[in-house]
Design a protein around this ligand. Structure first.
Ligand SMILES: O=C(O)CCC(=O)C(=O)O
Ligand SMILES: [Fe+2]
Length: 227
């Protein structure tokens, strides 16, 4: 499942992040890729432990922790500290690749299994040409280019690429997360059930059946969740 989550960051937060991003020093993006991905990757990244990256990570993670749609879709257990990339000039593309299945956090050696990946856009579509994130889904290729502040969540198991940026610069935040629900189909069922319950609640209020359905949702989550 591919999910577009709008307005993860407000326009004020986007502006604040962009100020930090434009005054930072970027390095070759290959510092974080696996062997196959490194061959395809040609972009820039903020050094992972730079002051700028740490300040930006806090803004992004705080915003995600307040986002109900992100929570119900991802049911996150561990989020790898978000990274920041830029495609521009000759550092302008990332060919077809699949993300590493397991990521080890710096220091401490904590591991994150990548169940889901996301890209959170800092540049608006009008600011650059090209730069589409193309995700090979079970239903064919999905082409993603979103407004600044919006996020796309997609399965880490899918082959994906970023098309060459031929004008301007595409700046984004990206990372991987391990979900409390490892199985994609179970996660999808829980997401659909939760969305339906919310729609019922909106229409009918907390009547007896909505309460019953809510208890079924939580009992399924209790049965399946690995916390
Ligand atoms: O820039 C993006 O949208 C995706 C980046 C990516 O796929 C990666 O770094 O593995
Ligand atoms: Fe990737």
């Amino acid at each position: 499942m591919l999910l577009h989550i709008p307005n993860v960051l407000t326009q004020e937060q986007v502006a604040q992040c962009r100020e930090i991003l434009t005054s930072s020093t970027w390095v070759d993006g290959n510092v974080t890729s696996g062997t196959q991905a490194a061959k395809a990757k040609n972009n820039l990244q903020l050094p992972e432990d730079s002051e700028a990256a740490i300040a930006l990570q806090k803004i992004v993670l705080d915003a995600l922790s307040n986002n109900a749609l992100f929570f119900t879709a991802a049911l996150p257990k561990k989020i790898f500290p978000p990274l920041f990339n830029c495609y521009t000039g000759k550092f302008n593309t990332f060919g077809n690749h699949v993300d590493n299945a397991v990521r080890t956090m710096r220091g401490g050696g904590k591991r994150v299994r990548s169940d889901l990946s996301f890209t959170l856009f800092f540049s608006d579509p009008e600011e650059y040409d090209g730069g589409e994130l193309v995700i090979e889904d079970t239903f064919g290729s999905q082409v993603v280019k979103l407004p600044a502040g919006d996020l796309v969540l997609y399965p880490s198991s899918s082959v994906h690429r970023v098309e060459p940026v031929i004008r301007g610069a595409r700046i984004a935040c990206f990372t991987w997360l391990e979900s409390m629900i490892r199985e994609t189909d179970r996660r999808r069922l829980l997401f659909d059930l939760d969305m339906s319950i919310m729609a019922f609640r909106e229409r009918l209020g907390d009547d007896e059946d909505t309460v019953k359905l809510t208890s079924i949702y939580h009992n399924l989550l209790r049965t399946w969740a690995d916390t």
